[in-house]
Design a protein around this ligand. Sequence first.
Ligand SMILES: [Zn+2]
Length: 228
Amino acid sequence: MHSKQHWAPGKGVKVQRVARTASDGWNVYASMPEGGVCPDCGHQSRRRHGWRHRRLMDYPAHGQAVTLKLRVSRWRCTFQHCKRNTFSDDDRAIAVPHARRTTRAVQIARHLGHATGGRPAERLMRRFGMPMSDDTILRHLKRGAAGSAPPAKVIGLDDWSWRKSWRYGTIIVDLERRSVVNILEDRSVESAANWLRKNPSIGVVSRDRCGLYAQAVREGCSTGDPSR
Ligand SMILES: [Zn+2]
């Protein structure tokens, strides 16, 4: 059993059973720790109200896809002064609500998408046993970007390639925080210049190697708010 431990995504998750299927690789059946802590009153409960299996794509194993089948329980709060009847296991450390992949698998996609662009990242993810479309990679990149609070000051512009259409978009990276700010649908001077106009906090723009965005930077940064 000990050899199976490395499949567990940590955070007290226990692997119960590992089964390999011909069609979709490894299925890892795992469960959250026994008992839950009520989010309202903080009392522990071991009275299970029910449970469900959450299907999550996780890190691959031996070159094959791994689906984590995580048993998530709903517990009954037994503290008499608490108004809450039931509450669910807190599995947010493993995957965000409604996600179909573990957070650590999504992070790999974000890193690859950030470093290589849509089409190469999709190809690499499939190779690594974590198939994901370029649209999904893009969605995760944008979602990761949405959380960054203060506006970016130093950005880089580069190509973003989509597999389906064989066209290019524009990825905008915050060079100070090393995070993705946005991805524009195309690779035109207008849209990049427009975006720069709408984001007056940008002071320094580092362009791609071949200088495709040079014109956008000149247009976007010179016609913005004159009070800056
Ligand atoms: Zn409670």
